[in-house]
Structures are given as structure tokens and as C-alpha cells.
Design a protein around this ligand. Structure first.
Ligand code: G3H
Length: 546
């Protein structure tokens, strides 16, 4: 071992018998099926082997990578088959699913959700093994997703009921309702593989679109228990899986010009390149959650204890692997020493361990190349004059996939950590004197998701709010950055997002207004009355949903 911290981290990787029984995987999940056109087809091609970010000690005490399963490495051929299935299930809006009443679609989604709930234990276990999320956080991700689905069902009913009315204006009678776009390609991120994927997939589905669903690279196996539920709950071709490497399967979908909406929670670089592949740029709609470098601005009068507590939650929840994480802290020079000292004391108290370790805060990193990247960031910061201020207590040391959080100070504009989204347990701190420093940082940043302000000074807070409201989607006062509650709008400016995803807004993002209008005269009124009283049309209707 290079040093005592590596040795300490090494001891945290368990032997097989140390893993609590309730979280053990009975056997690797070798997923051999893909869901296309309502069929669960056996896959006979190559597979991607999946290793957990957690290592297990063998009988000699050596840490060994842990194989937890495999999934199909599908190709362009299967991607095209899935695309054909989704296009034909949509059938230019005449397919069974888009033409179905909202009430009937809700019934299908409720059926799916019941089936999904029955798989909670399996899915939570797979979240834990695939991305090393702590058990309570994995459970929270599952439960939050179920709540999101039920919230979406209520929102759809509300939307349906509020769009029953006819507007009479300037001699016209019209009714406006939301109708689906067509085929939606949904791609979620590894850090909230279930929740963030479903925050686009579920609203897209309930609005009547048909779905091409590509699971994230890390966090794929956890969808295996849901394939049967997708197949049984929805008509054929409504949900189709795209397994395999994104670079092998997604370009062909985009280049076909048949994808109507791309829903991606991922990087702006990928979103940019995929959008450019689509031959009909006006047809393609995009719902995107992308990069972020959220800043906290901690003013001289801030409550330091509160700022420390929220900064720890903001920078280190799920090891800092949240798009909404605080990724840089600007702290007023007059309080920065006190703040750093308290932050280091509190960071030292955090438990590093495995997802089942009691009270664990820091778990193995999900992306294999991340510890090496963080080392580069730390070396670069040190070369430009910063220190890892909690170095004495191991900050910045990593061993295999485990890393002790690093607090880096003073960070300046020469450093990678000033610009790059570290997406890990590294806390860059920039001291400032003039408020213009953090304001200019946010203005000049290519990203604009959220910001946190810590202060009790109403004048200073107001000044910052007014300067930053045009730069970010959400301003948090005396609180960390976060997406929740899911009823609040979640969006971003610049390269951070396209579209808004609250429970209500997501329904708008995956649908478009359809207006049916006629001139107000006796003959047309009679026609409308015939259609409505005879319940002849699904689109032109006044069915109330309870
Ligand atoms: O990475 C983004 C997730 O949606 C996190 O949600 O900010 O409410 O914890 P949250």
C-alpha cells in the first residue's frame, strides 16, 4: 500500500460473507432478453459483462472485481426493429395507444405501477450493486419514482379535466387538448437510473407517445425485472428497449429522421451531436437535462453552521454524483477560514463504506475512470497553488473505487476544478471579496442550472437574486441546490437543459396543442352536440376523469 489511507480504504471492501444476506445477489443477472414490438425476444448475440463498483475480497484477502451480470450488446439491426415497432405502434397517431382514451391509458399505467412495486426489492438491490448507491438512497429513489408516477396520473387527470371546456371567441367555438408528438427516444443517466429515466419515460408514455428506451450504461440490469411488466401493461410496440452501446445503436435512430422527441439526461456534448444527426431539425423536439456546475455563494453574514451542513449535503450526497450537486463554493474571504475549518471537521465525520454500512455517506464511485480523473484535478489544482486542506485526515486519497472527499482551497480560474463538472467527492472553494466575483462566474459559465445563496441580509440576497434570475433555473436561499420537490419546475439555462420537467410541465413537454375549431352557427353547434352526446370522438370529448 502506498500510504495508510489506502490501507484504510482497502479494509472497507468486504469478503463475500461480510455482505448482509438481505442485499446479496443470489446469482449474477444474465439478462438475455430484449423487448421489441411486444415480444420478449431471446438474444443470441454478444453480451456486455457488468461489474459492480464494489470489489470483494477473495480467500487471500485480495480485492477482486465482482461480476454481477450481463446484458445484450444489440446492434443497429435491433435498434431499427425497435424503431419500426415504435413507428408502427404510433401509426401516425392512429395506433391503439395514441388513440386510446386518457382513462384507458391511465389504467394501463396503474397496472404497470402495481407490477413495478412488486419488484421493489429486486430493483433496489440492483441499484445498490450496479452503482453503489446506499441502501436508504436506493430505496428512496425507487419510492420517489413510484410517487412521481402517481403524481403524474393525478396531473394527467387535472390536465384532461381543465381542457374539456370550449372557448367561444370572435364567432369561433374551439376546444384545445394535448396530443402526443409520436416516437420518443428516452435515455437516462447512471446516477438516478430509475428515477431520472422514468421522469421522462412516464410522462411521454401517458401522453400517448410510443417509446424507444435506452437504459444507462451503468444501471441497466435493474430494468430487467420490469420487461415483463412493460410487455403486459402496454399494447405491443408502445415500449421497446434499445440495449447495447449508445454509439452503436442511437445514431441510426437519429439519422432515420423518425424520432420525434429526444429525451436525454446526460452530457451537452452528446445531446449536441445527436441532435445534429437528425435530418429534420424542425420535427425533432428535445427535452434535455445536461451539464451543470452549480455554485454556492456564501456571504460574510451567513450562518456558517447552516452553510456547512447544506454544503455537505449539496456537494457530497451520493458522492457528489448528482447533476444538481453543488460543484463549487464561493466563500467570503472574511469567513472562509472558519468555514473551511468547520467543513473539514464535518467531512471527517462522514462514514466511508459500502452501501449497507450503517450511516454511510461515501460509497464506491460508479464510473471506473473517475478516481484517476479526480487525481488529475487535484494535481492540477495543487500545481496552480491550491491545497487539499483535509489532506491530514486522508482527503483526496482513493483506493480502487473508494475516495475520501477532498476539500480544495484556494481554487482559482486557472484550475480544471474551476470549470469542469467533477461529478464526485471533491469540494472546490473560491474565496471572494466582491460579490461581482461569483456573479461574473455564474454569468460567464456555459451552464446555468441552479445556484445557492447563503446570507441573512435581505438587501444582498435581493441584489443577487435579481442578477442571477436570468442565468439559472432555480435560486436556493440558505439551502443546497436540488431538483425536489418534483412538483417544482426543473430546468436550466444555457448548456444545462432544454425544456422544463416538473410533474405538470413534463406533460406539456411530451405533447402538443391540438385545436378543433368551427364557426359559431346553429348547424356547427348541432354537429358538435352530436359528436359529444354520441361520444363519437376520443379527441373531441368532454369526459371527466376522477
Ligand atoms: O441528479 C439529479 C437528481 O434528480 C437529484 O434529485 O436534486 O432532488 O436530489 P435531487
Amino acid at each position: 500500500m502506498e500510504n495508510k489511507w489506502h490501507e484504510a480504504l482497502n479494509t472497507l471492501f468486504p469478503a463475500a460473507e461480510d455482505v448482509p444476506e438481505n442485499i446479496r445477489l443470489a446469482a449474477p443477472i444474465n439478462q438475455k432478453h430484449i423487448l421489441v414490438n411486444g415480444e420478449i425476444r431471446e438474444w443470441s448475440g454478444p453480451f456486455h459483462t457488468v461489474y459492480s463498483p464494489m470489489y470483494l475480497k477473495d480467500e487471500n484477502g485480495e480485492n477482486k472485481p465482482l461480476l454481477i451480470g450481463s446484458y445484450p450488446l444489440a446492434t443497429e439491426k435491433e435498434a431499427n426493429e425497435a424503431l419500426d415497432a415504435a413507428v408502427s405502434a404510433y401509426d401516425s397517431g392512429r395506433g391503439e395507444w395514441p388513440a386510446m382514451s386518457v382513462h384507458a391509458r391511465i389504467k394501463c399505467l396503474e397496472d404497470f405501477t402495481k407490477k413495478m412495486i412488486s419488484k421493489r426489492e429486486e430493483i433496489v438491490k440492483l441499484i445498490v450493486w450496479e452503482i453503489s448507491k446506499s441502501i436508504p438512497d436506493a430505496e428512496k429513489e425507487f419510492d420517489r419514482t413510484v410517487e412521481y408516477i402517481y403524481g403524474t396520473i393525478n396531473a394527467v387527470k387535472k390536465l384532461n379535466n381543465s381542457s374539456m371546456l370550449f372557448t367561444i371567441e370572435q364567432g369561433f367555438i374551439g376546444q384545445t387538448k394535448k396530443v402526443p408528438h409520436g416516437v420518443v427516444l428516452c435515455m437516462g443517466p447512471f446516477n438516478y437510473p430509475l428515477n431520472e429515466t422514468f421522469t421522462t419515460l412516464i410522462p411521454a408514455l401517458i401522453m400517448g407517445n410510443t417509446i424507444l428506451f435506452k437504459p444507462p450504461k451503468h444501471g441497466t440490469l435493474l430494468f430487467e425485472p420490469l420487461l415483463e411488466a412493460f410487455k403486459e401493461a402496454f399494447p405491443k410496440g408502445v415500449v421497446n428497449t434499445i440495449y447495447g452501446r449508445g454509439r452503436d445503436t442511437v445514431p441510426v435512430l437519429m439519422k432515420s429522421g423518425k424520432v420525434d422527441v429526444i429525451a436525454l439526461i446526460g452530457s451537452s456534448k452528446v445531446a449536441d451531436s445527436l441532435k445534429k444527426m437528425h435530418p429534420k431539425s424542425n420535427r425533432l423536439k428535445a427535452v434535455l437535462g445536461l451539464d451543470a456546475k452549480n455554485a454556492a455563494i456564501i456571504l460574510e453574514d451567513a450562518d456558517i453552521e447552516l452553510a456547512v451542513k447544506e454544503s455537505i449535503a449539496g456537494t457530497l450526497s451520493f458522492n457528489g454524483q448528482r447533476c444538481t450537486a453543488l460543484k463549487i463554493l464561493f466563500v467570503h474571504a472574511s469567513i472562509v477560514n472558519k468555514f473551511n475549518q468547520r467543513l473539514a471537521e464535518e467531512v471527517e465525520k462522514l462514514t466511508v463504506g459500502m452501501p449497507w454500512t450503517k450511516g454511510v455517506a461515501i460509497t464506491p464511485l460508479a464510473e471506473p475512470d473517475k478516481p484517476a480523473y479526480h487525481d488529475q484535478c487535484l494535481d492540477d489544482a495543487v500545481a496552480h497553488g491550491a491545497k487539499v486542506i483535509n489532506h491530514e485526515s486522508g482527503g483526496g486519497n482513493s483506493y480502487l473505487s473508494l475516495m475520501k472527499p477532498a476539500i480544495v482551497f484556494p481554487v482559482n480560474d486557472q484550475m480544471k476544478l474551476y470549470r469542469e463538472e467533477q461529478f464526485g467527492p471533491v469540494i472546490p472553494i473560491v474565496p471572494f471579496i466582491s460579490l461581482e466575483t461569483p456573479v461574473e462566474y455564474v454569468i460567464n459559465s456555459p451552464y446555468g442550472q441552479q445556484v445557492s445563496i447563503f446570507s441573512n441580509d435581505a438587501n444582498a440576497i435581493s441584489l443577487l437574486i435579481d442578477k442571477l434570475a436570468s442565468q439559472v433555473g432555480r435560486i436556493n436561499l440558505n439551502a443546497q441546490c436540488q431538483r425536489s420537490p418534483d412538483t417544482f419546475p426543473f430546468n436550466g439555462r444555457k448548456d444545462s437543459a432544454e425544456g422544463t420537467l416538473s410533474i405538470d410541465e413534463a406533460l406539456n413537454a411530451f405533447s402538443v396543442d391540438s385545436v378543433v375549431v368551427t364557426k359559431q352557427n346553429a348547424q356547427n353547434q348541432q354537429i358538435l352536440e352530436n359528436i359529444l352526446s354520441g361520444k363519437k370522438s376520443t379527441r373531441l370529448s368532454t369526459n371527466v376523469l376522477f
